[in-house]
Design a protein around this ligand. Structure first.
Ligand code: GLY
Ligand code: MN
Ligand code: MN
Length: 438
Protein backbone atom coordinates (compact mmCIF):
# COMPACT_ATOMS: atom_id res chain seq x y z
CA UNK A 1 0.00 0.00 0.00
CA UNK A 2 2.87 2.41 0.66
CA UNK A 3 3.52 2.54 -3.06
CA UNK A 4 -0.08 3.50 -3.66
CA UNK A 5 0.04 6.29 -1.07
CA UNK A 6 3.17 7.58 -2.74
CA UNK A 7 1.51 7.51 -6.14
CA UNK A 8 -1.40 9.50 -4.74
CA UNK A 9 0.99 12.09 -3.31
CA UNK A 10 2.78 12.33 -6.64
CA UNK A 11 -0.52 12.71 -8.44
CA UNK A 12 -1.47 15.53 -6.09
CA UNK A 13 1.95 17.15 -6.41
CA UNK A 14 1.47 17.20 -10.16
CA UNK A 15 -1.69 19.24 -9.59
CA UNK A 16 -0.36 21.76 -7.08
CA UNK A 17 2.53 22.95 -9.23
CA UNK A 18 4.74 25.11 -7.08
CA UNK A 19 2.42 25.13 -4.09
CA UNK A 20 2.85 23.52 -0.70
CA UNK A 21 -0.01 21.45 0.69
CA UNK A 22 -0.61 21.03 4.41
CA UNK A 23 -2.83 18.35 5.90
CA UNK A 24 -3.83 18.07 9.51
CA UNK A 25 -4.74 14.79 11.20
CA UNK A 26 -8.18 14.46 12.77
CA UNK A 27 -8.37 15.52 16.40
CA UNK A 28 -9.28 13.05 19.13
CA UNK A 29 -13.02 13.29 19.82
CA UNK A 30 -14.31 13.30 23.38
CA UNK A 31 -16.99 10.77 24.21
CA UNK A 32 -17.56 12.05 27.73
CA UNK A 33 -15.43 13.70 30.38
CA UNK A 34 -11.88 12.41 29.85
CA UNK A 35 -12.88 9.38 27.75
CA UNK A 36 -12.25 9.59 24.03
CA UNK A 37 -13.81 7.85 21.05
CA UNK A 38 -11.68 5.31 19.23
CA UNK A 39 -9.44 7.34 16.96
CA UNK A 40 -10.37 7.68 13.30
CA UNK A 41 -7.97 9.49 11.00
CA UNK A 42 -9.12 12.32 8.75
CA UNK A 43 -9.93 10.79 5.37
CA UNK A 44 -7.81 13.19 3.28
CA UNK A 45 -4.86 12.61 5.58
CA UNK A 46 -5.31 8.87 5.44
CA UNK A 47 -5.75 8.84 1.66
CA UNK A 48 -2.35 10.46 1.19
CA UNK A 49 -0.36 8.79 3.96
CA UNK A 50 -2.04 5.71 5.43
CA UNK A 51 -0.93 7.19 8.77
CA UNK A 52 -3.53 6.78 11.48
CA UNK A 53 -2.34 8.72 14.51
CA UNK A 54 -3.58 12.00 15.93
CA UNK A 55 -1.39 15.07 16.45
CA UNK A 56 0.19 14.84 13.04
CA UNK A 57 0.71 17.15 10.09
CA UNK A 58 1.66 16.11 6.57
CA UNK A 59 3.32 18.54 4.19
CA UNK A 60 3.78 18.12 0.46
CA UNK A 61 6.43 20.56 -0.71
CA UNK A 62 7.42 19.91 -4.33
CA UNK A 63 9.34 23.19 -4.26
CA UNK A 64 11.71 22.04 -1.52
CA UNK A 65 15.06 20.78 -2.84
CA UNK A 66 15.06 17.57 -0.77
CA UNK A 67 11.86 17.06 1.15
CA UNK A 68 8.78 16.62 -0.98
CA UNK A 69 6.90 14.76 1.73
CA UNK A 70 7.29 15.71 5.38
CA UNK A 71 5.55 14.27 8.42
CA UNK A 72 5.25 15.87 11.83
CA UNK A 73 4.25 13.24 14.37
CA UNK A 74 4.03 12.52 18.07
CA UNK A 75 7.49 11.39 19.14
CA UNK A 76 8.02 8.03 20.83
CA UNK A 77 7.38 8.29 24.55
CA UNK A 78 7.46 5.05 26.50
CA UNK A 79 5.46 6.37 29.41
CA UNK A 80 2.68 7.89 27.32
CA UNK A 81 2.55 4.84 25.07
CA UNK A 82 1.86 2.65 28.09
CA UNK A 83 -1.32 4.66 28.66
CA UNK A 84 -2.57 5.53 25.22
CA UNK A 85 -1.03 3.08 22.83
CA UNK A 86 1.74 2.64 20.37
CA UNK A 87 3.16 5.61 18.49
CA UNK A 88 4.97 5.32 15.22
CA UNK A 89 7.48 8.01 16.15
CA UNK A 90 9.77 10.14 14.05
CA UNK A 91 12.15 7.49 12.67
CA UNK A 92 9.44 5.08 11.54
CA UNK A 93 7.55 7.97 9.94
CA UNK A 94 10.38 7.97 7.44
CA UNK A 95 11.03 4.24 7.28
CA UNK A 96 7.45 2.99 7.17
CA UNK A 97 5.50 5.90 5.77
CA UNK A 98 8.12 7.07 3.33
CA UNK A 99 8.52 10.64 4.55
CA UNK A 100 11.61 12.41 3.20
CA UNK A 101 11.85 14.17 6.55
CA UNK A 102 10.04 13.70 9.84
CA UNK A 103 9.94 15.81 12.99
CA UNK A 104 8.22 15.80 16.35
CA UNK A 105 4.96 17.71 16.09
CA UNK A 106 6.13 20.32 18.58
CA UNK A 107 8.69 21.48 16.02
CA UNK A 108 6.03 22.38 13.49
CA UNK A 109 6.24 26.15 13.94
CA UNK A 110 9.99 26.13 13.69
CA UNK A 111 10.26 23.82 10.65
CA UNK A 112 7.20 24.70 8.59
CA UNK A 113 8.44 28.04 7.11
CA UNK A 114 11.22 26.34 5.14
CA UNK A 115 8.55 24.33 3.31
CA UNK A 116 6.47 27.39 2.53
CA UNK A 117 8.91 30.13 1.62
CA UNK A 118 9.46 28.94 -1.96
CA UNK A 119 5.85 27.99 -2.60
CA UNK A 120 3.61 30.27 -4.64
CA UNK A 121 0.55 29.26 -2.66
CA UNK A 122 -0.52 27.22 0.30
CA UNK A 123 -3.02 24.44 -0.19
CA UNK A 124 -4.88 24.01 3.05
CA UNK A 125 -8.40 23.14 4.09
CA UNK A 126 -9.74 25.43 6.79
CA UNK A 127 -10.85 22.79 9.26
CA UNK A 128 -12.86 22.79 12.46
CA UNK A 129 -9.81 23.37 14.61
CA UNK A 130 -9.78 27.16 14.63
CA UNK A 131 -6.64 27.28 16.66
CA UNK A 132 -4.76 25.35 13.98
CA UNK A 133 -6.29 27.45 11.20
CA UNK A 134 -4.99 30.49 13.04
CA UNK A 135 -1.53 28.97 13.18
CA UNK A 136 -1.44 28.46 9.41
CA UNK A 137 -2.69 32.00 8.84
CA UNK A 138 0.04 33.33 11.10
CA UNK A 139 2.67 31.51 9.06
CA UNK A 140 1.13 32.87 5.91
CA UNK A 141 1.07 36.44 7.21
CA UNK A 142 4.57 36.24 8.47
CA UNK A 143 5.80 35.02 5.07
CA UNK A 144 3.86 37.80 3.36
CA UNK A 145 5.67 40.34 5.50
CA UNK A 146 9.06 38.99 4.48
CA UNK A 147 8.03 38.34 0.86
CA UNK A 148 9.81 41.46 -0.53
CA UNK A 149 13.07 40.36 1.01
CA UNK A 150 12.94 36.99 -0.76
CA UNK A 151 10.76 37.66 -3.74
CA UNK A 152 9.23 34.24 -3.17
CA UNK A 153 6.54 32.88 -0.93
CA UNK A 154 2.83 32.11 -0.90
CA UNK A 155 0.46 34.84 -1.99
CA UNK A 156 -2.74 32.79 -1.79
CA UNK A 157 -4.32 30.05 0.21
CA UNK A 158 -6.34 27.57 -1.79
CA UNK A 159 -8.55 24.88 -0.34
CA UNK A 160 -7.30 21.37 -0.97
CA UNK A 161 -10.78 20.08 -1.77
CA UNK A 162 -10.83 20.87 -5.48
CA UNK A 163 -7.49 19.23 -6.25
CA UNK A 164 -7.77 16.30 -3.89
CA UNK A 165 -11.42 15.37 -3.89
CA UNK A 166 -11.59 14.94 -7.64
CA UNK A 167 -8.91 12.28 -7.12
CA UNK A 168 -10.77 10.60 -4.27
CA UNK A 169 -13.89 10.44 -6.39
CA UNK A 170 -12.32 7.89 -8.74
CA UNK A 171 -11.43 4.77 -6.79
CA UNK A 172 -8.29 2.80 -7.55
CA UNK A 173 -8.22 -1.00 -7.69
CA UNK A 174 -6.73 -1.10 -4.19
CA UNK A 175 -9.57 1.05 -2.88
CA UNK A 176 -12.17 -1.05 -4.65
CA UNK A 177 -10.76 -4.15 -3.01
CA UNK A 178 -11.42 -2.57 0.40
CA UNK A 179 -14.87 -1.41 -0.67
CA UNK A 180 -15.78 -4.86 -1.92
CA UNK A 181 -14.80 -6.28 1.43
CA UNK A 182 -16.79 -3.60 3.30
CA UNK A 183 -19.73 -4.50 1.07
CA UNK A 184 -19.32 -8.27 1.50
CA UNK A 185 -19.31 -8.02 5.28
CA UNK A 186 -22.41 -5.83 5.30
CA UNK A 187 -24.13 -8.22 2.88
CA UNK A 188 -23.52 -11.08 5.28
CA UNK A 189 -24.77 -9.00 8.21
CA UNK A 190 -27.98 -7.99 6.42
CA UNK A 191 -28.69 -11.57 5.41
CA UNK A 192 -28.23 -12.68 8.99
CA UNK A 193 -30.49 -9.86 10.20
CA UNK A 194 -33.20 -11.01 7.81
CA UNK A 195 -32.84 -14.55 9.04
CA UNK A 196 -33.30 -13.72 12.72
CA UNK A 197 -35.84 -10.87 12.65
CA UNK A 198 -39.26 -11.92 13.84
CA UNK A 199 -42.18 -10.53 15.80
CA UNK A 200 -41.38 -10.11 19.49
CA UNK A 201 -37.69 -9.42 18.99
CA UNK A 202 -36.26 -6.02 19.76
CA UNK A 203 -34.64 -3.78 17.21
CA UNK A 204 -31.41 -3.71 19.25
CA UNK A 205 -31.11 -7.49 19.03
CA UNK A 206 -30.91 -7.17 15.27
CA UNK A 207 -28.46 -4.29 15.57
CA UNK A 208 -26.27 -6.37 17.88
CA UNK A 209 -26.17 -9.24 15.42
CA UNK A 210 -25.31 -6.97 12.52
CA UNK A 211 -22.51 -5.23 14.38
CA UNK A 212 -21.21 -8.53 15.76
CA UNK A 213 -20.67 -9.68 12.20
CA UNK A 214 -18.97 -6.42 11.27
CA UNK A 215 -16.30 -6.99 13.88
CA UNK A 216 -16.17 -10.76 13.51
CA UNK A 217 -15.23 -10.37 9.87
CA UNK A 218 -12.46 -7.91 10.60
CA UNK A 219 -14.36 -4.70 9.97
CA UNK A 220 -13.70 -1.62 12.07
CA UNK A 221 -17.39 -1.51 13.06
CA UNK A 222 -20.43 0.33 11.76
CA UNK A 223 -19.76 2.92 9.06
CA UNK A 224 -22.43 5.10 10.74
CA UNK A 225 -24.92 4.51 13.55
CA UNK A 226 -26.97 1.51 12.42
CA UNK A 227 -30.65 2.20 11.78
CA UNK A 228 -32.95 -0.66 12.76
CA UNK A 229 -36.41 0.82 12.43
CA UNK A 230 -39.59 -1.20 12.74
CA UNK A 231 -43.08 -0.01 11.92
CA UNK A 232 -43.52 3.74 11.97
CA UNK A 233 -39.92 4.24 13.11
CA UNK A 234 -38.96 3.68 9.47
CA UNK A 235 -40.45 7.10 8.74
CA UNK A 236 -37.66 8.71 10.79
CA UNK A 237 -34.77 8.81 8.35
CA UNK A 238 -32.03 8.75 10.99
CA UNK A 239 -33.77 6.68 13.65
CA UNK A 240 -31.01 5.14 15.78
CA UNK A 241 -32.63 4.45 19.17
CA UNK A 242 -33.31 0.87 18.04
CA UNK A 243 -35.15 0.02 21.26
CA UNK A 244 -38.60 -1.04 20.07
CA UNK A 245 -40.11 -4.49 20.11
CA UNK A 246 -41.08 -5.54 16.60
CA UNK A 247 -44.59 -6.63 15.80
CA UNK A 248 -46.18 -8.86 13.22
CA UNK A 249 -47.54 -7.13 10.10
CA UNK A 250 -44.84 -4.47 10.34
CA UNK A 251 -41.92 -3.72 8.12
CA UNK A 252 -38.37 -3.57 9.38
CA UNK A 253 -36.07 -1.05 7.71
CA UNK A 254 -32.39 -1.72 8.31
CA UNK A 255 -29.83 0.81 7.12
CA UNK A 256 -26.44 -0.47 8.20
CA UNK A 257 -23.00 -0.42 6.64
CA UNK A 258 -19.59 -1.63 7.63
CA UNK A 259 -16.27 0.23 7.81
CA UNK A 260 -13.42 -1.94 6.60
CA UNK A 261 -9.86 -0.62 6.42
CA UNK A 262 -11.32 2.88 6.45
CA UNK A 263 -13.67 2.22 3.52
CA UNK A 264 -17.42 2.03 3.91
CA UNK A 265 -20.48 0.24 2.69
CA UNK A 266 -24.03 1.52 3.08
CA UNK A 267 -26.96 -0.86 2.62
CA UNK A 268 -30.66 -0.55 3.33
CA UNK A 269 -33.23 -3.27 3.12
CA UNK A 270 -36.86 -3.24 4.18
CA UNK A 271 -38.77 -6.46 4.75
CA UNK A 272 -41.81 -7.77 6.63
CA UNK A 273 -41.00 -8.72 10.23
CA UNK A 274 -43.56 -11.51 10.17
CA UNK A 275 -42.59 -12.80 6.74
CA UNK A 276 -45.54 -11.49 4.67
CA UNK A 277 -46.27 -8.04 3.30
CA UNK A 278 -49.69 -6.50 3.84
CA UNK A 279 -51.25 -5.41 0.52
CA UNK A 280 -50.43 -1.75 1.28
CA UNK A 281 -46.83 -2.50 2.21
CA UNK A 282 -46.44 -4.61 -0.91
CA UNK A 283 -47.87 -1.94 -3.19
CA UNK A 284 -45.46 0.69 -1.88
CA UNK A 285 -42.53 -1.73 -1.82
CA UNK A 286 -43.05 -2.60 -5.48
CA UNK A 287 -42.84 1.07 -6.37
CA UNK A 288 -39.62 1.64 -4.42
CA UNK A 289 -38.05 -1.51 -5.87
CA UNK A 290 -38.93 -0.49 -9.40
CA UNK A 291 -37.59 3.03 -8.75
CA UNK A 292 -34.36 1.59 -7.44
CA UNK A 293 -33.91 -0.79 -10.37
CA UNK A 294 -34.56 1.90 -12.94
CA UNK A 295 -32.28 4.34 -11.10
CA UNK A 296 -29.49 1.74 -10.96
CA UNK A 297 -29.93 1.18 -14.71
CA UNK A 298 -29.01 4.85 -15.17
CA UNK A 299 -25.60 4.26 -13.61
CA UNK A 300 -23.58 4.19 -16.82
CA UNK A 301 -20.41 6.04 -17.75
CA UNK A 302 -21.31 9.16 -19.70
CA UNK A 303 -24.70 9.46 -18.06
CA UNK A 304 -25.27 12.25 -15.54
CA UNK A 305 -25.31 11.81 -11.78
CA UNK A 306 -28.57 13.71 -11.78
CA UNK A 307 -30.27 11.20 -14.07
CA UNK A 308 -30.17 8.63 -11.28
CA UNK A 309 -32.21 10.81 -8.93
CA UNK A 310 -34.54 12.09 -11.64
CA UNK A 311 -35.36 8.54 -12.68
CA UNK A 312 -36.12 7.46 -9.13
CA UNK A 313 -38.34 10.49 -8.54
CA UNK A 314 -40.31 9.82 -11.72
CA UNK A 315 -40.98 6.17 -10.92
CA UNK A 316 -41.89 6.95 -7.31
CA UNK A 317 -44.21 9.77 -8.33
CA UNK A 318 -45.91 7.69 -11.02
CA UNK A 319 -46.46 4.93 -8.48
CA UNK A 320 -47.96 7.27 -5.92
CA UNK A 321 -50.30 8.68 -8.57
CA UNK A 322 -51.40 5.14 -9.48
CA UNK A 323 -52.23 4.45 -5.86
CA UNK A 324 -54.14 7.72 -5.52
CA UNK A 325 -51.74 9.01 -2.88
CA UNK A 326 -50.75 11.87 -5.18
CA UNK A 327 -53.12 13.56 -7.61
CA UNK A 328 -52.33 15.51 -10.74
CA UNK A 329 -50.17 15.52 -13.80
CA UNK A 330 -46.83 13.82 -13.26
CA UNK A 331 -44.56 16.49 -14.76
CA UNK A 332 -46.25 19.20 -12.74
CA UNK A 333 -46.04 17.21 -9.52
CA UNK A 334 -42.34 16.64 -10.11
CA UNK A 335 -41.66 20.23 -11.10
CA UNK A 336 -43.49 21.54 -8.04
CA UNK A 337 -41.87 18.86 -5.87
CA UNK A 338 -45.21 17.74 -4.49
CA UNK A 339 -43.83 14.24 -4.02
CA UNK A 340 -41.51 15.58 -1.33
CA UNK A 341 -43.72 14.87 1.70
CA UNK A 342 -43.26 11.20 0.76
CA UNK A 343 -39.74 11.29 -0.65
CA UNK A 344 -37.69 14.02 0.98
CA UNK A 345 -34.09 12.92 0.45
CA UNK A 346 -31.75 12.53 -2.49
CA UNK A 347 -31.30 9.19 -4.21
CA UNK A 348 -27.52 8.99 -4.17
CA UNK A 349 -24.31 10.09 -2.57
CA UNK A 350 -20.71 9.21 -3.30
CA UNK A 351 -19.28 6.45 -1.15
CA UNK A 352 -15.69 5.74 -0.15
CA UNK A 353 -13.45 6.74 2.72
CA UNK A 354 -16.38 8.81 3.94
CA UNK A 355 -19.89 7.42 3.89
CA UNK A 356 -21.08 10.62 2.30
CA UNK A 357 -17.91 10.78 0.32
CA UNK A 358 -16.23 13.83 -1.13
CA UNK A 359 -16.59 15.04 -4.70
CA UNK A 360 -19.02 17.42 -6.31
CA UNK A 361 -22.44 16.45 -7.63
CA UNK A 362 -22.45 19.11 -10.31
CA UNK A 363 -19.97 21.66 -11.62
CA UNK A 364 -22.40 24.56 -11.51
CA UNK A 365 -26.02 24.89 -12.58
CA UNK A 366 -25.51 24.01 -16.22
CA UNK A 367 -22.66 21.59 -15.91
CA UNK A 368 -23.73 18.21 -14.61
CA UNK A 369 -21.42 15.67 -13.06
CA UNK A 370 -20.87 12.96 -15.63
CA UNK A 371 -20.51 9.44 -14.28
CA UNK A 372 -17.09 7.89 -14.85
CA UNK A 373 -15.64 4.42 -14.24
CA UNK A 374 -14.27 4.12 -10.72
CA UNK A 375 -16.91 6.23 -9.04
CA UNK A 376 -19.01 4.55 -6.37
CA UNK A 377 -22.42 5.87 -5.42
CA UNK A 378 -25.39 4.67 -3.45
CA UNK A 379 -28.80 4.30 -5.02
CA UNK A 380 -31.37 4.56 -2.26
CA UNK A 381 -34.89 5.63 -3.14
CA UNK A 382 -37.59 5.35 -0.52
CA UNK A 383 -41.16 6.20 0.37
CA UNK A 384 -42.19 7.41 3.80
CA UNK A 385 -45.84 7.91 4.58
CA UNK A 386 -45.13 10.02 7.62
CA UNK A 387 -47.99 10.60 10.08
CA UNK A 388 -49.27 14.20 10.24
CA UNK A 389 -47.17 15.31 7.34
CA UNK A 390 -47.95 18.60 5.64
CA UNK A 391 -49.17 18.13 2.08
CA UNK A 392 -49.58 20.64 -0.73
CA UNK A 393 -53.04 22.25 -0.76
CA UNK A 394 -54.23 20.51 -3.93
CA UNK A 395 -53.21 17.06 -2.72
CA UNK A 396 -55.61 14.54 -1.19
CA UNK A 397 -55.39 13.71 2.48
CA UNK A 398 -53.46 10.51 2.90
CA UNK A 399 -55.69 7.49 3.35
CA UNK A 400 -54.90 6.14 6.86
CA UNK A 401 -54.15 2.68 5.49
CA UNK A 402 -50.86 3.94 4.08
CA UNK A 403 -49.77 5.94 7.07
CA UNK A 404 -46.75 4.78 9.04
CA UNK A 405 -45.22 2.75 6.24
CA UNK A 406 -41.57 3.59 5.56
CA UNK A 407 -39.49 1.84 2.89
CA UNK A 408 -35.99 2.38 1.57
CA UNK A 409 -33.84 0.11 -0.58
CA UNK A 410 -30.18 1.03 -0.87
CA UNK A 411 -27.30 -0.51 -2.78
CA UNK A 412 -23.72 0.56 -3.45
CA UNK A 413 -22.98 0.81 -7.15
CA UNK A 414 -19.65 1.04 -8.94
CA UNK A 415 -19.50 2.73 -12.32
CA UNK A 416 -17.60 0.39 -14.66
CA UNK A 417 -16.28 1.04 -18.18
CA UNK A 418 -19.31 -0.72 -19.66
CA UNK A 419 -22.04 0.06 -17.14
CA UNK A 420 -22.17 -0.68 -13.46
CA UNK A 421 -21.64 -3.30 -10.82
CA UNK A 422 -23.82 -3.53 -7.72
CA UNK A 423 -21.35 -4.25 -4.92
CA UNK A 424 -24.12 -5.16 -2.49
CA UNK A 425 -26.22 -7.38 -4.73
CA UNK A 426 -25.88 -10.29 -2.29
CA UNK A 427 -28.74 -9.11 -0.09
CA UNK A 428 -32.10 -10.11 -1.57
CA UNK A 429 -34.68 -7.45 -2.34
CA UNK A 430 -37.21 -9.19 -4.60
CA UNK A 431 -40.55 -9.73 -2.92
CA UNK A 432 -40.54 -13.51 -3.35
CA UNK A 433 -37.04 -13.65 -1.84
CA UNK A 434 -37.81 -11.62 1.27
CA UNK A 435 -41.25 -13.00 2.03
CA UNK A 436 -40.87 -16.09 4.15
CA UNK A 437 -42.54 -18.11 6.84
CA UNK A 438 -41.87 -16.41 10.16
N1 GLY B 1 -26.90 5.61 6.08
C1 GLY B 1 -26.65 6.90 5.60
C2 GLY B 1 -27.17 7.07 4.26
O1 GLY B 1 -27.84 6.21 3.74
O2 GLY B 1 -26.89 8.05 3.61
MN1 MN C 1 -26.65 6.14 1.90
MN1 MN D 1 -27.79 4.16 4.26
Amino acid sequence: MQLEYRQRREQLIAKIGNGTAIFRSAPMAVMHNDVEYAYRQDSDFFYLTGFNEAQAVAVLAPNHPEHRFVLFVQPKDREKEVWSGYRCGVDAAKEIYGADAAYPINELDEKLPQYLEKADRIYYHLGRDRHFNEKILEHYQSLLRTYPKRGTGPIAIEDTCAVLHSMRLIKTEAELEMMRQAAAIAVEAHNQAMAIAKPGRYEYEIQAEIERIFRLRGGMGPAYPSIVASGVNACVLHYIENHRQMQDRELLLIDAGCAYSYYNSDITRTFPVGGKFTPEQKALYEIVLEAQKQAIAQVQPGNTFKAVHDTAVRVLTAGLIDLGILKGEIDKIIEEEKYKPYYMHRTSHWLGLDVHDVGVYQHGDDKPQILQPGQVLTVEPGLYIVPDTKLAEDQPETDPRWIGIGIRIEDDVLVTPTGHEVLTAGVPKEIDEIERVA
